[in-house]
Design a protein around this ligand. Structure first.
Ligand code: ADP
Length: 198
């Protein structure tokens, strides 16, 4: 099914997990900038070497570089009929870059899923993840930096998408399955039929 989606939410909102579930149910690829950057760091590519220190510190990779990575990924065959963006765009400049790219293809986003999770809840989930997974950017300082960037730069993109009537605010507190069900219901209301993966 053709579906062009974006999932937005603060760090620790569960957007990575929910993004994978939605994409599987709709048969579209997940395009996660965080995953692309981490894979490049792990493989020691030139891009990875360029972005490692930035990511570890919790800051944003420069917009031009990030947008180029996304354009490249969205130009691959499997994204022709749809995709779910996770982690991009995360500021207004990136929204403009994405608009320009999609308009050039005669496309636009069908839905923006905004996961709503209170700051205290995100913080406690991230702290738990830090001890389980040991991600290099899950230090207390990098987490604070990322949450600050989210509140200052990323949350405002929802105002822009709000004017286009594509935003679905979803309560992100509850079990993973409860949150997935809320998202599927919202997508269904937009005519996007997500069938849970077997
Ligand atoms: P989180 O949402 O927990 O911060 P992500 O996996 O989405 O984790 O991103 C990890 C890091 O990758 C970010 O802190 C940032 O350094 C970089 N990154 C990811 N997406 C973007 C983006 N759209 N623009 C700039 N940097 C990004």
């Amino acid at each position: 099914m053709s579906a062009r989606l974006l999932i937005v939410g603060p760090q620790g909102s569960g957007k990575g997990t929910q993004g994978v579930r939605i994409a599987e149910a709709l048969g579209i690829p997940v395009v996660s900038t965080g995953d692309v950057f981490r894979a490049n760091v792990a493989q020691g590519t030139e891009l990875g070497q360029q972005v490692k220190a930035i990511i570890d510190g919790g800051s944003l990779v420069p917009d031009e570089l990030t947008s180029a990575v996304v354009r490249d990924r969205l130009s691959q065959a499997d994204a022709a009929e749809g995709f779910l963006l996770d982690g991009y765009p995360r500021n207004l400049a990136q929204v403009m870059h994405l608009d320009e790219f999609l308009e050039g293809r005669g496309e636009s986003l069908d839905a923006v899923i905004a996961l709503v999770v209170p700051r205290e809840e995100s913080l406690s989930r991230l702290t738990a993840r830090a001890s389980e997974q040991g991600r290099a950017d899950d230090t207390e300082e990098a987490i604070a930096t990322r949450l600050g960037i989210y509140e200052r730069e990323t949350a405002p993109i929802l105002d822009v998408y709000g004017t286009r009537d594509v935003v679905d605010e979803i309560d992100g507190v509850g079990s993973l399955d409860e949150v997935t069900a809320r998202i599927f219901a919202a997508l269904e209301a937009r005519g996007l039929h997500a069938s849970p993966a077997a």
